[in-house]
Design a protein around this ligand. Sequence first.
Ligand code: SF4
Length: 91
Amino acid sequence: MGKKYKLIYQRKGCIGAGACENAFPEAWEFDIDKSEFATLKSPDAIKNDDTEELVFTEELLEQYLESVQVCPVAIMEIIEVETGKKIFPEE
Ligand code: SF4
């Protein structure tokens, strides 16, 4: 079985630059209700007031990684679920 990863997004820090959506449009969109925030499209995403979290599989790692690396305000991280190792930002 492939590895699983978790993306954690501090949505309150989003400045609406849209870089994440440009990098991976299948994963991100702007929240229709609160249009200044990007939001995860996946129905598996857990959405709270302050954060959004999504567990995804290894084959999507490269694309999710690209979309968090371009965020200008560094409000997203990705960890490996099994080990807790931080994939981004690198420790
Ligand atoms: S790249 Fe960062 S600041 Fe820009 S819309 Fe996405 S989460 Fe928000």
